[in-house]
Ligand binder design. Structure first.
Ligand code: SF4
Length: 251
């Protein structure tokens, strides 16, 4: 478990003050908890300095002694990435909405940093987001999650974003391009899919109460996640045919 904890690290949504102790200097924040909790004290200072260098907080000697309130939001997120993503050389970094609390002007810098770290160190990043554009920018594979963590679609970024198979993914893509303006079919899709209707779903498709394409079988039989084309899967009885139907409805 100790080795596993070391190899999996995380960065959080709110670097401004909640994920970094405001009473810690940058050096201490980067060193704790990963190194001290895991008991890896050897070469601690060098590792901290190397991590700060790699997230481009330069000059490193200056930043090491600063406190979170002396940094910008983007700089605090860089400290969080150094702490969670670098100092232990993890093999998996879980990044939970890492740019959502930042100014738009700072977001590209953090995404570029994550992309560079991924390429340089080979770390796998599980990037959790509601933002399709940033998922497209940083992702290789996409997993669309619905209700209670159920994967309703998975595939490469190109497959899922350009050719969505599941109605929920289709709606997310339409919404990301400006919503459901005009046309009764598009309006209906938006209203139903983003409604709060949950229903009591002991059987059938969990998405059925919101799905504009549901048919009788959908309320009776729960669909499995099945591969529709190479590497592209969806959890829908009609995944292979709905895209044409949805496009016709939007025409
Ligand atoms: S299985 Fe039926 S209800 Fe579920 S997403 Fe597909 S069409 Fe909609």
């Amino acid at each position: 478990m100790s080795r596993l904890r070391t190899s999996i690290q995380s960065i959080f949504q709110d670097p401004p003050f909640q994920s970094i102790n405001p009473r810690f200097t940058v050096a201490r924040a980067v060193a704790e908890p990963p190194l001290e909790v895991n008991g890896l004290r050897e070469g601690l200072e060098e590792k901290v300095m190397d991590a700060l260098e790699r997230v481009e907080l330069r000059p490193v000697e200056e930043y090491m002694h600063k406190y979170p309130h002396q940094l910008s939001g983007g700089q605090r997120q860089r400290v969080a990435i150094a702490r969670g993503g670098l100092v232990l050389n993890p093999s998996l970094l879980i990044a939970d909405e890492p740019i959502s609390m930042l100014d738009v002007s700072l977001r590209a810098g953090i995404l570029n940093l994550l992309r560079r770290l991924k390429q340089e160190s080979g770390v796998s990043i599980m990037y959790i987001t509601h933002d399709i554009a940033s998922a497209k920018y940083i992702g290789d594979r996409v997993y669309v999650i619905y209700r209670g963590g159920q994967v309703v679609e998975s595939g490469s970024v190109g497959q899922v974003i350009s050719e969505p198979l599941h109605p929920y993914t289709m709606a997310l893509m339409v919404a990301s391009r400006g919503g459901f303006r005009g046309g009764s079919a598009r309006s209906e899709l938006g209203e139903r899919i983003f409604s709060t209707e949950e229903g009591n779903r002991d059987t059938g498709c969990l998405f059925e109460p919101r799905c504009p394409f549901s048919r009788d079988v959908c309320s009776r039989e729960r669909p499995e996640l099945k591969e529709i084309s190479s590497g592209h899967s969806a959890r829908c009885h009609f995944a292979g045919t709905l895209r044409a139907e949805a496009m016709k409805a939007q025409a």
